[in-house]
Design a binder for this molecule. Structure first.
Ligand SMILES: NC(=O)c1ccc[n+]([C@@H]2O[C@H](COP(=O)([O-])OP(=O)(O)OC[C@H]3O[C@@H](n4cnc5c(N)ncnc54)[C@H](OP(=O)(O)O)[C@@H]3O)[C@@H](O)[C@H]2O)c1
Length: 310
């Protein structure tokens, strides 16, 4: 009988377990506790401790309950060599990301942020609309989620740019790659949406110099990881007006500490890491499908490349 070892550092661990039991009635599933070194065929995890996975080279795969591999890759040499790590591949997150980003982009484009502050001051004042052809939306990261975001923003006829590590050709999207590409991309984007994985190369990428390349009055939307943004630099540039507003779903420290200066800055919108949730049924169904494919020796999507970092 196939055995699954489970661990989720999540307030929803019980729901995950319940969904797993329903999806894998023919498997034994046990929650890992410290000291448990009994063998298992597969691990299904979110932010597992190093002790859970160390030495478990007999695992056939480790499935993640999220799209980001940054947390597990931090375990470094504690990860069992040769065991594939498989992340979620959309699994219902793409549409949520598209909703979140379109809401923020449209809010800035239609000046709802400014109308909200006018409303607070009982002010009735028409503001001239922005020129759409100059309101370019740049998506940093053109993977599963980035492409879904780009497609959705395109539906509203915004000019869309994208940046990735390797060159891409995507209908309707002006694509850039590499360091030179990043420069042009930032200079051209009125709105920058960050949906990059967090790796050694992308950590801190939105620092003062790069934020200054964005045009005066640009907007930032970060739905990736807090560590992509230098928070001090961003705050300074929002206060100076170079960045007209930011919508942030992720932060260097989560929950965002009560005394963090972002709370005092009305031009920074804050959401509690909710842009795209891993959905129980969709995620577990995808894992079940991939497990079945692996058993048959078929190729699957979403295998993490530990050298690349995502
Ligand atoms: N806030 C939330 O609720 C939430 C929810 C889900 C996911 N996320 C975050 O979203 C991230 C992206 O997810 P995904 O499924 O779209 O990942 P993905 O399919 O692996 O796509 C990653 C994209 O980033 C690009 N990239 C990676 N390193 C780069 C670099 N050094 N320079 C330029 N481009 C680089 C990749 O380029 P190539 O195409 O050339 O490989 C690819 O286009 C996850 O890692 C996770 O951290 C956040």
């Amino acid at each position: 009988m196939t055995s699954i070892l489970f661990y989720a550092d999540s307030q929803h661990a019980q729901e995950w377990l319940h969904t797993l039991h329903r999806a894998f009635p023919q498997c034994t599933i046990r929650t890992w506790t410290p000291g448990d070194d009994a063998p298992a065929d597969y691990a299904i995890v979110w932010k597992p401790p190093a002790a859970m996975l160390a030495g478990r080279t007999q695992l056939k795969a480790i499935f993640l309950l999220g799209a980001g591999a940054d947390a597990i890759l931090q375990l470094g040499s504690a990860l069992p060599a040769g065991v594939p790590i498989v992340r979620l591949d959309d699994a219902g997150m793409g549409v949520q990301m598209a909703e979140y980003v379109c809401h923020a982009v449209l809010g800035y484009f239609r000046r709802f942020d400014q109308y909200a502050s006018q409303r607070d001051q009982h002010q009735w004042q028409f503001l001239m609309p922005y020129e759409k052809s100059e309101f370019r939306v740049g998506v940093l990261g053109l993977g599963v989620l980035g492409q879904r975001i780009a497609e959705s923003v395109l539906q509203f006829s915004f000019p869309v740019l994208g940046w990735s590590r390797t060159p891409k050709v995507i209908d309707g999207v002006t694509c850039y790659s590499g360091a030179d590409g990043l420069d042009v991309f930032l200079r051209e984007s009125r709105v920058v949406v960050c949906i990059l994985p967090l790796t050694n190369e992308t950590r801190g990428i939105l620092h003062r110099d790069n934020l200054l390349k964005m045009p005066q009055g640009a907007y930032l939307i970060n739905v990736a990881r807090g560590a992509h943004v230098n928070e001090e630099d961003l705050l300074t540039l929002v206060q100076s007006g170079h960045i007209a507003g930011a919508t942030l779903d992720v932060f260097q420290q989560e929950p965002l500490p009560a005394d963090h200066p972002f709370w005092q800055e009305s031009r920074i919108q804050i959401t509690p890491h909710m842009a795209a949730m891993s959905l129980f049924k969709e995620s577990v169904a995808q894992i079940a499908e991939k497990m079945a494919d692996l058993k048959q020796g078929l190729p699957i999507r979403g295998i993490v490349d530990s050298l690349r970092g995502y």
